[in-house]
Design a binder for this molecule. Structure first.
Ligand code: FMN
Length: 242
């Protein structure tokens, strides 16, 4: 309940950031050798925790991009997959995010799971996964989402809601008449991680951070067993001061 007697600042200051009863990190931070070998493995574990905790939209993440002049833009989207190649997401190549990524592939995806006191930050470079992956992602979307994707013009100024309603209704008819209708600008992208940081709050307010860094080929130990490739980097695990 808000009250005229409290200021906005006071209402903000009164908010707890995390609920009590936060889980532990789930990794023995005194022995990083026992931590999952890849950040994808730890992300999958934490994601399962998020599902088990019934978090709302645990697959929602903030994608931060920057244009060629270094101006930063961030927006929420959903993670579509996590594989050895990286973190997958999708959208229109003709959108501002698509233009940013074409001009500057450096990007970050940030996930916040408040009820678990957890944040994951993935940073790296983004590439398009190609037209087949884009088409497959588009066709897996529900009918209304495909219609919305076909409307196009994302993030351009809209003169009136009526214009959008008409465009959406037309595209919905198109999708119903032709379920294979496809928006060519729809793109599946993969963020190949250079670093992935796992952050855990705790009830006593002490925080813990574990970062995986992809080792450059020249940093990797010379071993026939661990020859790094582009898709399977060797990972350095390190703690960070909170
Ligand atoms: C929960 C949530 C999920 C979203 N998922 C996507 C998505 O998967 N792809 C997408 O392009 N936009 C998604 N959006 C919309 C974006 O936040 C954004 O408004 C849109 O992509 C335009 O961004 P841009 O102008 O920076 O390109 C989502 C928004 C929310 C709130």
């Amino acid at each position: 309940m808000t009250s005229a007697a409290t200021t906005f600042r006071e209402r903000l200051r009164a908010l707890p950031t995390f609920p009590p009863g936060l889980p532990p990190f789930g990794v023995d931070l005194d022995d990083l050798a026992t931590a999952p070998a890849t950040p994808q493995d730890l992300f999958a574990r934490w994601f399962d925790d998020a599902l088990a905790a019934n978090l709302g939209a645990p697959h929602a993440a903030t994608l931060s991009t920057a244009d060629a002049d270094g101006r930063v833009h961030a927006r929420t989207l959903v993670i579509k997959d996590v594989t050895a190649e990286g973190w997958w997401f999708a959208g229109q190549s003709s959108s501002p995010k698509g233009r940013d990524l074409a001009a500057n592939p450096h990007a970050a995806l940030t996930v916040f799971w408040r009820d678990l006191g957890r944040q994951v930050r993935v940073t790296g470079t983004v590439r398009s996964a190609g037209p087949d992956a884009g088409a497959a992602d588009f066709r897996a979307r529900p009918e209304g989402s495909r219609a919305a994707g076909l409307v196009g013009h994302q993030s351009e100024p809209l003169a009136s809601r009526a214009d959008y309603r008409t465009a959406f209704a037309d595209r919905l008819s198109e999708v119903r008449a032709d379920p294979a209708a496809f928006a060519p600008a729809w793109t599946a992208w993969v963020l190949k991680p250079a670093s992935v940081e796992f952050w855990q709050a705790s009830d006593d307010k002490g925080q813990a951070r574990l970062r995986y860094r992809a080792a450059a080929a020249s940093d990797a130990p010379a071993s026939l067993d661990t020859v790094p490739t582009i898709d399977t980097p060797s990972w350095t695990k390190e703690l960070l001061w909170p």
